[in-house]
Design a protein around this ligand. Structure first.
Ligand SMILES: Cc1cc2nc3c(=O)[nH]c(=O)nc-3n(C[C@H](O)[C@H](O)[C@H](O)COP(=O)(O)OP(=O)(O)OC[C@H]3O[C@@H](n4cnc5c(N)ncnc54)[C@H](O)[C@@H]3O)c2cc1C
Length: 385
């Protein structure tokens, strides 16, 4: 089992870290306080990051991408999450939209839209969740009915990342309820042709990362925008194999930021005439944080390594997501403890790290659902349908 980073990946990590610390870190607090990022601000940050491989790292060169390994994409995401988790969320989903189009789109859909990816100003989102449909993705209630050459979409999607700034959405809908998951497909809903409305939903963490309610009210979608008919559920599961490992990496980035901040604070802050880092119980907290973050990183990169080798990684991605996200919550909570009262203040970044980490145990399937997937594979017994 060898999934060490190559020399090139190490160099990329160093270069991107230095760019993010110099150019992006100084403005993070200002933008986080403003809440969900505007489309304009999003695009301006994305354009700065594309040269490192962000956004199009999963795309082939013919579409301006760089076909980076999943592990290299992981390195990029971890570094961005370490500096600014809210924006890492936006970039992660924007890249996920292009990934899904490249994987599942028809040749016509790909030829028409993929050339727009590399410019960075066309933003996508992926809409599965609804008011009555969360963990049970197969229960999607949004409907698509064919009338002539047009599908008419009706339904409301909830908590859709990038929803309010999106130019297009992959919307999971059912065309035939009697067929269960086999009657579900994605629809490529382009806002200029198929208008839908968005309402921003406020949340505890990842505040600059838009999460929105999207309403499709007799929304007309051209027939040719149906994506891989009947495979919507399967495509969603394949997306989760990648996204769950990536959310593991994402959480690792936040946890690493909490460790780095805590080390500095424990060296600088003195009590009883000594740096607090000299107290064994403070050291113990730090070592627990390091151990759990290393473990989360290894699990996540192991899943990405399987992806790079073209091997199945369903339970490994779920395990990485379940472990790394929960570990990041414990790690960022300990970071607050090490900072004492200052840890609760906005003067230090650790309260943001905690809020951001806490927000990641839910998307892409909750911790409990990930555990049920690992349990199903280990036991050969399903605890859910
Ligand atoms: C930051 C963020 C970004 C998101 N982005 C998107 C997005 O881009 N697109 C999108 O479609 N959705 C998105 N979501 C929604 C997310 O995918 C759902 O919130 C998630 O799948 C859980 O669904 P739910 O919130 O309805 O919880 P529910 O499914 O109602 O679960 C509630 C609780 O019940 C537990 N539970 C449910 N079923 C079981 C079971 N069988 N066994 C044991 N426990 C169970 C859950 O673990 C949880 O603790 C996002 C959410 C967040 C927080």
């Amino acid at each position: 089992m060898d999934f060490a980073l190559t020399e090139e990946q190490m160099m990329l990590k160093t270069n991107v870290r230095s760019f993010l610390e110099k150019e992006i870190l100084p403005v993070v607090d200002e933008y986080e306080k403003q809440g969900a990022l505007t489309k304009e601000a999003t695009v301006s940050f994305i354009k700065q990051l594309i040269p490192f491989g962000y956004l199009v790292g999963f795309l082939p060169e013919e579409y301006g991408g760089s076909i980076l390994e999943a592990k290299t994409n992981g390195v990029l995401l971890e570094e961005l999450a370490r500096i600014w988790a809210g924006f890492a969320g936006t970039l992660f989903i924007a890249a996920g939209f292009w990934w899904l189009l490249n994987e599942a789109g028809s040749p016509e859909q790909k030829e028409r839209l993929l050339p727009l990816a590399a410019a960075g100003d066309y933003i996508g989102c992926i809409a599965l969740t609804e008011a009555n449909v969360g963990s049970d993705v197969a229960g999607v209630e949004t409907t698509a009915n064919l009338k002539g050459d047009t599908y008419i979409l009706n339904g409301t999607k909830m908590w859709i990342s990038n929803g309010s700034i999106a130019d297009a959405a992959f919307v999971l809908a059912t065309t035939d309820k009697t067929q269960g998951p086999l009657g579900m497909s994605f629809f490529l809903v382009e806002k200029d042709k198929s208008p839908f409305s968005a309402r921003e939903l406020h949340k505890l963490g990842l505040r600059s990362f838009p999460t929105s309610e999207l309403s499709f009210d007799d929304c007309p979608v051209p027939k040719e925008n149906l994506v891989d008919p009947g495979a919507g559920y399967q495509r969603t599961m394949a997306f989760f194999d990648v996204s769950r490992a990536m959310v593991g990496v994402f959480s690792t980035g936040i946890a690493q930021a909490a460790i780095d901040a805590s080390i500095k604070y424990a060296q600088d802050r003195t009590q009883f005439g000594r740096p607090i880092g000299s107290f064994q119980m403070v050291q113990e907290m730090l070592v627990d944080m390091i151990a759990e973050t290393e473990a989360g990183r290894l699990l996540s990169f192991r899943a990405l390594d399987l992806l790079d080798k073209g091997e199945k990684c369903r339970w490994q991605s779920s395990l990485a997501k379940a472990y790394a996200t929960e570990a990041a919550v414990r790690t960022t909570s300990k970071a607050i403890q090490i900072h004492g009262a200052m840890g609760l203040s906005e003067e230090y970044p650790v309260e943001r790290y905690f809020r951001d980490a806490r927000s990641l145990t839910i998307p892409d399937g909750t911790t409990q659902m990930q555990k049920l997937i690992v349990g199903r594979d280990a036991l050969g017994i399903r605890a859910f349908v």
